[in-house]
Write a protein that binds this ligand. Sequence first.
Ligand SMILES: [Fe+2]
Length: 658
Amino acid sequence: MVSILGISAFYHDSAACLVVDGEIVAAAQEERFTRVKHDHNFPLNAARYCLSEVKLLAEQLDYVGFYDKPLLKFDRLLETYLDYAPSGFSSFLKALPLWMKEKLWMPDLIRTELGKAGGETDERAAKKLGKKFEWKLLFGDHHESHAASAFYPSPFEEAAILTIDGVGEWATSSIGVGKGNEITLLKELRFPDSLGLLYSAFTYYTGFRVNSGEYKVMGLAPYGAPKYVSIIKDKLLEIRDDGSLKMNHEYFSYSQGLRMTNGAFDKLFGGAPRKPESLITQKEMDLARSIQVITEEVMLKMTQFAHKETGMKKLCMAGGVALNCVANGRVLREVPFEDIWIQPAAGDAGGALGIALAIWHRYLGNARLSPEQSGTWQAARPAGKFASNTTQSNGRKSAGTENHLTAYADGMKGSYLGPRHSEEEIEKFLQSRNLPYKKYSREALPGVVADLLATGKIIGLHQGRMEFGPRALGGRSIIGDPRSPEMQSAMNLKIKYRESFRPFAPSVLREQVTDWFELDADSPYMLLVADVAASQRRKMTAEEEALWGIDKLNIRRSEIPAVTHVDYSARIQTVRRETNPLYWEIIEAFRQKTGCPVVVNTSFNVRGEPIVCTPEDSYRCFMRTEMDYLVLETCVLDKQERPAFVETRDWRKEFKLD
Ligand SMILES: [Fe+2]
């Protein structure tokens, strides 16, 4: 048995991932355990959890992989500083102690930290055996780790690989090819020219937090007009036909300082950046739309270039920008790849998974298992299809309707790679707190939850293993009825305590996706955006059409208004029974009751809080908000029957707003 622990840390979204004999057995982000969103510290808790999943001690690991190369990163920091010196001296000085203390001494640090992962038992065992940790420590390139996370778990034998993010060591985007167990990176775009940093600059300027507010900018875009596209193209950057971009760094300050943009940028767009939490105006909406248009253009050109350059028929993507699901939807529809697959933990957390798989396949030379061999039961394929390479993914051209519902098979296990809490643990927790609950049989539960949904109740759903990556996929989700016109603002304001413009995502039965959305493919990780099907839309009146911006939000646009954005788009999660049986059965029971195979799915947390992990986190979030019911596996809690929930602190101050 060969066990490999992958780690990403010290930038944002620290995570650990355990791969045993090539199989991803566990992966989790540190924030879920420490309850600090985007926690960047060493992922000790996540590593400890991963090891516990297979009862392994840290000293029994064979390899530990770190997702990037600190020395190269330091090289970039130093060189960039020298390029711009003396400007940027203060931020350089600020960064230096951390580098001297932690990042440059990474091997020692990792050994010391991991020494704590097994707790006392581990140290005792190590002492008893009279040996030190013998595992080998390996460092991967940042974009290679992203590329490995995109290709190795994908369902493709061979594919083009595109990684796009802010910056790693030097690269900000890379194009490569994966074949069997080999990955070759062919081209890279280098810092400071970066699509990710460009998007982050606009995130900063529109008053959201860099490295976490980017998806808010994407959500705001449909309310705006692309007014600033020509200014951006004239002044800020040149987009070449191959998707590479040359930025005009007179307008940006991320190379020298801690701000993303500078006075010249402010002047160009008519004022200082919006103050976080102040009123969002039409200007921010127009800026959001404009940078989204630019991003889509660059991504389409990059993917077209990757298609031409590699000659591959399939595409895999990772890196933070691959979370831009609106752009992904366009890539799927407009670029001639037959199929695309996107790593659900596309940001830096996924680097932990990438480096672990890269060690298994590239360093150790192990072959990739085809999905048919990957140890899970697959639905039988129609005769004659077995040998062909038609594995389903979230792509579009799945060769005719007869093949559409064959098993979805990638190596991610639906991204349900985190902790699961047993019925016993849950009941023990509930009883220890004297909390009233009703326990249902597994068979009865979907019907019970569907009944509650159909009567407009909002439900916290905690079941199965926690998701790896930024999206809740029915393991730690808040769900509701998408047909209700009030659901979107009720969930935003009473449950999530967040901006009312933010749309919710639909979870839809895979079997019914084409009846409700303009999508005929799997989108298991909520990484593709497509429009609500024309047949489900409601025609707006002329007056309603004329409304603009946020005013349009309250207009009922479809049969499922809570998940339909102002431009009719939706960020879709398709659900298969084999990947998440209970979630599928709940939606199926809801369909039988209402005719609608869709539920609203939003992550189980309040604004600024990491997604819940344990039953205790779920219960706390349930009590702090106006959710009606909490489902903890088969135990159901009714808010009406709650004992008084006393809190001495103001929890709204507990989480920094994101
Ligand atoms: Fe990255």
